[in-house]
Write a protein that binds this ligand. Sequence first.
Ligand code: FE
Ligand code: FE
Ligand code: ZN
Length: 294
Amino acid sequence: MLWIGSHVSFNKEEQLLGSMREALCYGATTFMFYTGAPQNTRRYPIDKEITKQALMEIKKRGLDTSKIIVHAPYIVNLANEDEEKHQFSIRFLQEEVKRCEKLNMSYLVLHPGSHVGCGVDKGIDNIIDGLNKILPSSSVIVLLETMAGKGSEIGSKLEEIKRIIDGVVEKDKIGVCLDTCHLHDAGYDMNNFDEFLTLFDKIVGLKYLKCIHINDSKNPSDSHKDRHENIGFGYIGFNNLLKIIYHDKLKDIPKILETPYIDRLYPPYKLEIEMIRKKKFNKNLLEDVKTSSK
Ligand code: FE
Ligand code: FE
Ligand code: ZN
């Protein structure tokens, strides 16, 4: 089975059931969601009944909850030296872990954080400190996402990811989520993913790899910009992304699209997934998405 899906919405009324239905509309076999808006930390309680119904339906459709991913909001920042902000991030993530448990989800993707001036070393120490306060009471595995290196982001170098994992006490509760756009923007060559995987295995360890975000990039390699592009329309290219998606060593790993909506209105995921399944690039994708959405 190809575990492919996209970022989907999660709203107060339909919660996991709505997310699952949206994913099914795209022809996906998995999905990723934020438990609220990605850019803020306002969260609603998880509804038991809806969750129960959704989990039953997920099973009935032959999907696998262990392939479904939750993403933490991108404004929490464990690296921050400011004590109040650091503590807020820890508390929020402790709550987020509980929400994941209530939703029966196993993986929570986290941007490691930005040091915002205190330097990489202190930033990494702060992240480790935070994770060691969150993980002991968690049955959820936190996945550190590799970053593009925008601003003072930590995690654009595999060595930084490795240093964080080294500092984490409960190593069975930490993992990694790769993001192809971020890797490319950070300077890793996506033209030769075998080589990258060998390097990843050497520095971090393949056993930590649990999820991949599949995105093309609007910018050349090493740009540190983090602007996602639709599959096949950017600098990584369709064939390179296909090779990653169908890579032998990544068969069981969920692949999640976080490509931009067309004209900020129309989700491209159904047609992107179709293109990936057919292994054939559709150069009219953007137009086709618009026509099929009307
Ligand atoms: Fe992310
Ligand atoms: Fe991502
Ligand atoms: Zn990104």
